[in-house]
Design a protein around this ligand. Structure first.
Ligand code: NDP
Length: 333
């Protein structure tokens, strides 16, 4: 194995703002793995909407300078001098979910790292992990979707949206998806949405009610947030679940709890990280996800692999609604 350099390429922010605050550096110190940590040389870094929240300040960065990014695929090049490494060792090809991903090397807790299973390629592993686990825990834990359920998924051609379409098809749900262009509508339909609505021009509520005999859907999975929240609540059936899991259009406004009583709606605001707190949970959901990928031959759509040095363009495409599926970064470029 090649020796570990002292410095590396990476992207930091020193303040909050637009994509202009993203600084690509070539001389960041390579971190030292501490107790229970492994040092991973990243091959492919996953971009997620949450990265833009930490950049903009919607979510507070723990400190400045701060390295953005929550997940990557790569190879373990060293381990801390002590601690529980959960059976992982130098040379293992892994995927991980923690902090500090926009860099060539990241020191991550072994507890938040799993081996990439045989039959799953490097890019696919990187592209599948955080968004696939989000979709899986949403349909199993946030609202356990059953065969035949009607479900509404916003931004169905996005990274998480395409995962939801595929997993919901696999469990036999009737998925109504929304997207903003005809190209995205076609893509989500191909991924498994049974019906698609172009929410930039069509009446979503009218179509949902028409499809569901005026009952509404058993669950709405809403990662768009501010611009769709009210609509989502209108589309939920009596006794249904309103799962608000993101802020792509901005954080939803505060909700008066009394708004839930006319239909006895369950409202939930889950975050993936709180489903993956223990090692047992982390392994359970990771295994389940990769079983789906391998056995159900899921199609993991990669929008583009961007050079890390072009991170501003990558985040701009995600926020500008120009992407479909997963955006990855290549830290070597
Ligand atoms: P996506 O690839 O889905 O991109 C976001 C999509 O949202 C866009 O492509 C766009 O699709 C739609 N959108 C609607 N309005 C806007 C707007 N004003 N600005 C930008 N996009 C808009 O991103 P991700 O899959 O990474 O994330 C999707 C959502 O899921 C985010 O809110 C994210 O925070 C959330 N999430 C939450 C997690 C959790 O644990 N709670 C974990 C992972 C993701 P269109 O053009 O079709 O409208």
């Amino acid at each position: 194995m090649a020796s570990i350099p002292k410095t590396m390429k990476g992207v930091i922010i020193e303040k909050n703002g637009g994509t202009e605050v993203l600084q690509h550096k070539t001389d960041l110190p390579v971190p030292e793995p501490k107790e229970g940590q492994v040092l991973v040389k990243n091959d492919y870094i996953g971009i997620n909407f949450i990265d833009t929240y930490f950049r903009s300040g919607l979510y507070p960065a723990p400190q400045f300078p701060y390295i953005l990014g929550r997940e990557a695929e790569g190879t373990i090049v060293s381990t801390g001098s002590s601690g529980d490494f959960h059976g992982l060792a130098t040379g293992d090809r892994v995927v991980w979910m923690a902090e500090g991903a926009y860099a060539e090397y990241t020191a991550v807790p072994a507890a938040k790292t799993v081996k990439l299973p045989d039959g799953v390629g490097e890019k696919i592993g990187a592209a599948a992990f955080l968004q696939g686990l989000t979709a899986l825990t949403l349909i199993r834990e946030a609202h356990h979707v059953k065969k035949g359920d009607w479900v509404l998924v916003h931004a169905a051609a996005g990274g998480t949206g395409l995962w939801l379409c595929q997993l919901l098809k696999a469990v036999g749900a009737n998925t109504i998806g929304t997207a903003s262009t005809e190209e995205k509508v076609a893509l989500a339909k191909k991924a498994g949405a049974t019906h698609m609505i172009n929410y930039s021009k069509d009446d979503v509520k009218a179509k949902v009610m028409e499809l569901t005999d005026n009952k509404g859907v058993a669950a709405v999975f809403d990662g768009v947030g501010k611009s769709t929240f009210d609509l989502s609540l209108e589309c939920v059936a009596r006794l249904g679940s309103m799962i608000s899991f993101g802020n792509a259009s901005g954080a939803p406004d505060p909700v008066t709890i009394a708004r839930l009583s006319p239909k006895n709606v369950r409202l939930m605001r889950p975050t993936l990280f709180n489903y993956l707190v223990t090692r047992e949970e982390f392994e359970h959901w990771s295994n389940e996800l990769f079983n789906f990928v391998v056995k159900d031959k899921l199609d993991v759509r990669i929008h583009e692999v961007y050079p890390l040095s072009e991170v501003k363009r990558a985040q701009g495409d995600l926020e500008g609604r120009r992407s479909t599926g997963k955006l990855l970064l290549d830290p070597s470029k």
